[in-house]
Design a protein around this ligand. Structure first.
Ligand SMILES: Cc1ncc(COP(=O)(O)O)c(C=O)c1O
Length: 377
């Protein structure tokens, strides 16, 4: 007799399949190697994931502090490597205190679930990351959503729910646009509301002066995007971090980030500080891409960050165009609902500092050809 869970998941997979929504994994070497595919799909905006100096730093961190943390941070998994990274992050962002997690998903989830209860309301931009939504839902807090990046809509909710918390992303992961942090901060301060910012896609690539402790009460940064490695941190006042350290189940009941990774993330931040030309090159490449695409008649969003979405609409057509681009030698993200709202499936093109002008030109030409063949240009 078939197990009821097995029957249910088979039905759900069939349904997803009929909507073109089944997700599956492919080895990255199958996507990127062999046929010389140029990768416009990842979040390694500054090319640090394959930087030899950082490979050495990882090795050095492992030699100095060990490859694994061996325990939860509250038992014996908190080392000098973790402490040094936390101190650096506080220095860079201006927050008083910091705690590290193995991933941004875990940090966001832990933050929401631990800090809030059914007594609270969390006001969130309509497009914030799934890890935030899941965390708020498991906290029992009421969730109130405002129209994406709409300060009027956000203000109405803050007035309705003073003494609450408002959460947004600094750079939106699927749209690449930036939240109006300063304006949100002004409104939040006026109504005694905490501003929480998920800075996953901003940290390391967007000027720190736009997102730091002067405007933001709690900031989450991740190391898997611009830093090219892995892990995340929550930054806040000492009071908030002390509470989270003492109460976050994700933190207490989980092996700490490996000290080698903490050492690596610190080395990545130091490298970015000593090589500002990487960021300059990234911004030049973004500008170059946008100019070429616009000249080719491709409709772009207003994003001026590394994330450049091209909205296609249907899930199937998005997948088809991404597959054709892969055959042409370019890997781009194909993002479907429910990751993005229904009807706004898109190619998520990410620019990085290692792309050459020739690669960007070739991508834009192929993209224009594919969009034209699909009747979208
Ligand atoms: C906005 C945002 N926040 C958080 C995360 C989660 O970070 P991590 O990949 O470190 O788990 C992501 C990653 O997809 C993200 O895009």
């Amino acid at each position: 007799m078939s197990h009821p869970v097995s029957t249910r998941i088979a039905q759900q997979m069939a349904e997803l399949n009929s909507q073109g929504l089944v997700r599956s994994r492919r080895l990255s070497c199958e996507i990127h190697d062999g046929v010389g595919i140029v990768d416009f799909s990842h979040n390694d905006y500054l090319g640090l994931a394959s930087e030899p100096l950082l490979a050495q730093a990882l090795y050095q961190g492992a030699q100095l502090h060990g490859v694994g943390s061996k325990a939860s941070p509250l038992v014996s998994g908190y080392s000098k490597a973790h402490q040094a990274l936390e101190q650096k992050l506080c220095e860079v962002t201006g927050h008083q205190a910091c705690m590290l997690f193995c991933s941004g998903f875990s940090a966001n989830n832990a933050l929401m679930k631990t800090l809030f209860t059914h007594h609270d309301t969390v006001i969130a931009d309509k497009l914030v990351h799934a890890s935030i939504i899941d965390g708020v839902q498991s906290s029992g807090a009421k969730l109130a959503r405002f129209v994406h990046n709409d300060i009027d809509s956000a203000t109405r909710l803050v007035i309705k729910h003073p003494n609450s918390a408002l959460v947004t992303e600094s750079v939106f992961s699927m749209d690449g646009d930036c939240a109006p942090i300063k304006q949100l901060s002004d409104v939040c301060q006026q109504y005694n509301t905490w501003l929480i910012v998920d800075d996953a896609h901003g940290f390391g690539v967007v000027n720190h002066t736009l997102c730091n402790a002067s405007f933001v009460d709690i900031q989450v940064v991740t190391f898997g995007k611009a830093l090219g490695c892995q892990g995340a941190a929550i930054l806040a006042s000492q009071h908030v971090i002390d509470y989270l350290v003492a109460n976050s189940r994700h933190y207490i009941y989980s092996t700490a980030l490996s000290p080698a990774n903490a050492y690596l993330a610190l080395s990545a931040i130091n490298l970015l500080e000593s090589e500002p030309q990487r960021l300059e090159q990234l911004n030049n490449n973004i500008y170059f891409f946008r100019q070429l695409a616009t000249n080719a008649g491709i409709a772009l969003s207003e994003s001026i960050t590394a994330i450049q979405p091209v909205i296609i609409g249907s899930n199937q057509q998005t997948m088809a165009i991404a597959t054709l681009l892969a055959q042409d030698g370019f890997s781009v993200g194909a993002i479907r609902s429910p990751t993005v709202p229904k009807g706004s499936a898109r190619l998520r093109i990410t620019i990085n500092s290692n792309h050459t002008q020739q690669q960007i030109t070739d991508l834009v030409n192929k993209l224009a050809t594919q969009l034209h063949s699909a009747g979208l240009l």
